[in-house]
Design a binder for this molecule. Sequence first.
Ligand code: 5GP
Ligand code: MG
Length: 183
Amino acid sequence: MRAADIAQDLERVLVTEEQIQERLAELAAEVDRDYADREVLLVGVLKGAVMVMADFTRALTIDAAMDWMAVSSYGASTKSSGVVQIRKDLDTPLEGKHVLVVEDIIDSGLTLNWLLEHFATRGAASIEVLAAFRKPDAAKVEIDAKYVGFDIPSDFVIGYGLDYAERYRGLRDVAVLAPHVYS
Ligand code: 5GP
Ligand code: MG
């Protein structure tokens, strides 16, 4: 897809690359402090969290182990189904670990709610959540996310790892997808 065509698919830019990096640096400073005397295991949720994980780990001063999980709750739709399937499990046992789940976005909260309950049964010593974006008005379950980048409106957004049917993940900003793309 050419740049001009991509631009046509965006309704408006919500959060710029610069704003994202600045906020991640603030969150990394908090996490540096909070985990100064314990080992943290970062758990990323594929594929949307790839960009935030890459930038966040490099903003951290502390060293942090990283693992990945792939779940699906969406398919090619723009609405959450709440049905979560594990597509790829973690390589690391969570027993005794201080887990920080790194997520792209909390929408309904259903995916994370399921994941957090599931992780709790694996004996982690602690579990916290970092989400780059959150849609407070879309919440169906409350997620106690300790580190949140930006609260945004409930529109469907793309970019910075977030896709629509596997497109737009490489956009550096986060933008609202124009309705003509999916309607
Ligand atoms: P939730 O279960 O909180 O409704 O959403 C779970 C997942 O759906 C997120 O981790 C993300 O991958 C995807 N998602 C939610 N909202 C959006 C959005 O606005 N845009 C995109 N591209 N994905 C979203
Ligand atoms: Mg996700």
